[in-house]
Design a protein around this ligand. Structure first.
Ligand SMILES: O=C(O)C1=C[C@@H](OP(=O)(O)O)[C@@H](O)[C@H](O)C1
Ligand SMILES: C=C(OP(=O)(O)O)C(=O)O
Length: 432
């Protein structure tokens, strides 16, 4: 779908962003393999999480979903049934990689596919450790790409030293050890998001974390529970940046997830000089959250790299847009992981922002961005990548003249009501 967007005179108002995608996926997966009923509030009804529901239904799990509430009749890990159909994960890397970890425990055969973007994303990072611990997996190019097939079972003690800071890799390996004889542990170079560790505990499992190593003993079972999903900080990021860079703006985002493995965007915006007010953090014992208010700010360029990268990896497209409005130069480095997301997000960010006249250069592991006085409306394309689509829409709100955005519906992967909420903030602004 092609959307036409124009500059706005400011964004004002308050809203609740949709539920966290990472937490929503895990609530469905863990609820499915738990014994007893799990209920979820604040679920993200985006395409990716609906793909997760679809896959677990195909393994015999009864899941009722209506908007942001979900009820799952867990079958226990041994109760999943061999799917007679192919499990299609759509556009979702989290679904396929975490599900492989779960399927490493089950003795049946399953075949997994996804869309054109998933077909290009590397799966060896998960299939190699699972194979190493004895799981039968095959797929295109020696198990690196979909279609993949898996038959799990009979795993032993296993330690994996992950070369990448990836929560999908860490989670897949940990989950593959749920029925193992002995302990499964994963060490990563920098700590990635820890929703799996936190939520396994909420389902009654013991998970140890020591420095950059997470481990769990095999033979544990999950017990159905209730999960409250906070707002997704990765979705909030679009309005945090919009509020900071669009003149005459003040936006309050309610109940945004504040898990410290995800708050790199807040640290970066504060370092850049953004005017943010954060309410007292609640829910510290599970997934913390707070309300955040952002006001139009003078930003300055900074250097972003090292261990903060996994704490803001999905926010780099919108951080790049913020950097076009920041004085001096912003350098983003150590972010080569961007190349294996829904698109190569170094290339798509650089190529699309250049269309607006931005001064931005791709590097091997990031980008260098200098301030541009006024972006100019352009003909842009999401390339089917939700985060690129939303970043371009915010760029359009700031740019002189008209911007067209092709394939704008890609945003429904993580933010089904993004354009409605963007419009709501403009209406509030002009007092309609
Ligand atoms: O575990 C998760 O829920 C996610 C982990 C990250 O991917 P990597 O594990 O590949 O870094 C992130 O980019 C993705 O959006 C969600
Ligand atoms: C990379 C992302 O998701 P996934 O890996 O689950 O496709 C994302 O949401 O930006």
């Amino acid at each position: 779908m092609l959307k036409t967007l124009r500059a706005v005179s400011g964004l004002q108002g308050s809203l609740r962003v949709p539920g966290d995608k990472s937490i929503s996926h895990r609530a469905v997966m863990f609820g499915s393999i738990a014994e007893g009923t799990t209920t979820v509030n604040g679920f993200l009804p985006g395409d990716d999480c609906l793909s997760t529901i679809d896959c677990f239904r195909k393994m015999g799990v009864s899941i009722e979903q209506s908007d942001d509430t979900v009820k799952i009749e867990g079958k226990g890990l041994d109760g999943l049934t061999e799917p007679s159909e192919i499990l299609d994960v759509g556009n979702s890397g989290t679904t396929i990689r975490l599900m492989l970890g779960i399927l490493a425990n089950t003795p049946f055969h399953a075949c997994l596919i996804g869309d054109a973007s998933i077909a290009k994303r590397p799966m060896k990072r998960v299939t190699a450790p699972l194979r190493e611990r004895g799981v039968a997996i095959d797929g295109r190019e020696d198990g690196n790409f979909v279609p993949l097939s898996i038959r799990g079972g009979n795993t032993q003690t296993y330690h994996y030293n992950s070369p990448v800071a990836s929560a999908q890799v860490k989670s897949a390996v940990l989950l593959s050890g749920l029925k193992a004889e002995g302990t499964t542990s994963v060490t990563e170079p920098y700590t990635s998001r820890d929703h799996t560790e936190r939520m396994l505990r909420a389902f009654g499992c013991e998970v140890q974390v020591s420095g950059k190593t997470a481990s769990l003993k095999g033979g544990q079972s999950l017990k159905g529970t209730h999960i409250e999903v906070p707002g997704d900080i990765s979705s909030a990021a679009f309005f945090l940046v919009a509020g900071a860079i669009i003149p005459n703006s003040e936006i309050t985002l309610k109940k945004v997830g504040m898990n410290s493995t995800r708050t790199g965007i807040i640290d970066v915006l504060q370092q850049m000089g953004a005017d943010l007010t954060i309410s007292a953090v609640e829910g510290e014992d599970s997934e913390p959250y707070a309300d955040i208010t952002v006001r139009t700010s003078e930003l300055k360029g900074i250097e972003i790299g090292g261990e903060i990268i996994p704490r803001l990896i999905d926010e780099i497209p919108i951080i790049a847009l913020a950097a076009t409005q920041a004085s001096g130069t912003t350098v983003i480095k150590d972010a080569a992981e961007l190349k294996v997301k829904e698109t190569n997000r170094i290339d798509t960010v650089v190529n699309e922002l250049k269309k607006f006249g931005a001064d931005i250069t791709a590097t091997a592991d990031g980008m260098i961005i200098k301030k541009t006085d006024r972006l100019q409306g352009a003909e842009t394309h999401s390339h089917g990548d939700h985060r690129i689509g939303m970043m371009l829409a915010i760029a359009a709100c700031l740019s002189e003249g008209e911007t067209s955005l092709s394939d704008s519906q890609a945003v429904t992967v993580s933010y089904p009501n993004f354009f409605e909420q963007l419009e709501q903030l403009q209406k509030e602004n002009i007092g309609v």
